[in-house]
Design a binder for this molecule. Structure first.
Ligand code: A2P
Length: 260
C-alpha cells in the first residue's frame, strides 16, 4: 500500500515526498507544527514573503535542512537571467540553506524571451550543482513546448492547481509523457465547495475519515504530489494522517467522476 512516507523520483534522479506542506499565508508556528506532525517537504515562494518563517519553523521542530525537502519559486518580477540567479540566492539565504531541493518558475511570463532567459539561469544553477532539481509552476502545454524548443533540460515538476473538481487530466498526461511530475497546489480546493461534495462525505464516512483525507488519499494513490496547507493544528495533522485506510477502485472512480 502506498503511504505518506513514499517518494516519487524526479527526472533529476532526486526523490520528492508525495505529501508536502503548502505554506502560502502560513507562518512559522504552523510550519513547526507540521514538521512535528511528520511533514518532511515544505513548499514556499519568494512571493509568499515567508521563507524566513518556513526556515525557522522546521528548525523549531528540531529538524535540519538535511531532514527536509525544500521548494521555493522565482516570482514574475524577478524573471530574467541575472535576477533569477539573485532570486535563488535570496531564497537560500532566507531559508538559511546552501541549496534548495527544488526551484520553480512561479508563473509563466508573457514575454517568451524572458521565459527562456529565466530557464537558462535555472539550468545554470543545476549545472553548477547549486540546486538539486528545477521545475515550473502553472505551466500549460504550450508553455512547456516553449521551454522544450530551447532546452534539453526537462522540468522535474509542474506544480498546478489541481483537485478532484479540476483534475487537469490532459495536462497531467502531458506532464507524464514528458517525464514531469505533477504537483497539486490547493489540493483541497482552498477549503471551498469541494469538501462539501456528498460523494466525498459518503466515502469519508465509510472509512471514518474526513472529506479532506479522502481527497488527499485519492492523490496519494494516483501518485500526484500534494501540498495541502493549513494553520490549524488538528487539520495539519489530519492532512498527513492518510495511511490508515485505502480507497477502492470503485471509490477512486466515484471521485474521478466529480470532474467538472
Ligand atoms: P485552515 O488553515 O483553517 O485549516 P488548499 O490547501 O486547498 O489551498 O486549502 C487550504 C484551505 O483549506 C485553508 O483555508 C484551510 O483552512 C483549509 N483546510 C486545510 N485542511 C483542511 C481540512 N482537513 N479540512 C477542512 N479544511 C481544511
Amino acid at each position: 500500500m502506498i503511504t505518506t512516507s513514499d517518494t516519487v523520483t524526479l527526472d533529476s534522479g532526486h526523490r520528492m515526498p508525495l505529501v508536502g506542506f503548502g505554506t502560502w499565508q502560513v507562518g512559522r508556528k504552523a510550519v513547526a507544527i507540521a514538521a512535528a506532525a511528520g511533514y518532511r517537504s515544505f513548499d514556499t515562494a519568494a512571493m509568499y514573503a515567508n521563507e524566513k518563517q518556513v526556515g525557522d519553523g522546521f528548525r523549531d521542530a528540531g529538524l535540519t535542512p538535511d531532514d527536509v525537502f525544500l521548494t521555493s519559486k522565482v516570482w514574475r518580477s524577478d524573471m530574467g537571467y541575472q535576477s533569477t540567479l539573485r532570486s535563488y540566492a535570496a531564497s537560500c539565504r532566507n531559508l538559511g540553506v546552501d541549496a534548495l531541493d527544488l526551484f520553480l518558475i512561479h508563473w509563466p511570463h508573457s514575454d517568451d524571451r524572458v521565459m527562456i532567459e529565466t530557464w537558462r539561469a535555472m539550468e545554470h544553477l543545476l549545472e553548477q550543482g547549486d540546486v538539486e532539481s528545477i521545475g515550473v509552476s502553472n505551466f500549460s502545454e504550450s508553455d512547456l513546448d516553449l521551454l522544450a524548443a530551447h532546452s534539453n533540460v526537462v522540468p522535474a515538476v509542474n506544480q498546478i492547481e489541481l483537485n478532484p473538481l479540476r483534475p487537469h487530466t490532459t495536462l497531467r498526461g502531458e506532464n507524464q509523457r514528458r517525464g514531469i511530475v505533477t504537483t497539486a497546489w490547493s489540493p483541497l480546493g482552498q477549503g471551498g465547495p469541494l469538501l462539501a461534495c456528498p460523494e466525498l462525505t459518503s466515502i469519508a464516512s465509510q472509512h471514518g475519515v474526513s472529506e479532506a483525507q479522502v481527497v488527499l488519499r485519492w492523490m496519494l494513490q494516483k501518485q500526484i504530489v500534494a501540498i495541502p496547507r493549513s494553520s490549524n493544528p488538528q487539520r495539519i495533522a489530519q492532512n498527513i494522517d492518510l495511511d490508515g485506510f485505502e480507497l477502492t477502485d470503485a471509490q477512486i472512480a466515484r471521485i474521478d467522476s466529480l470532474a467538472r
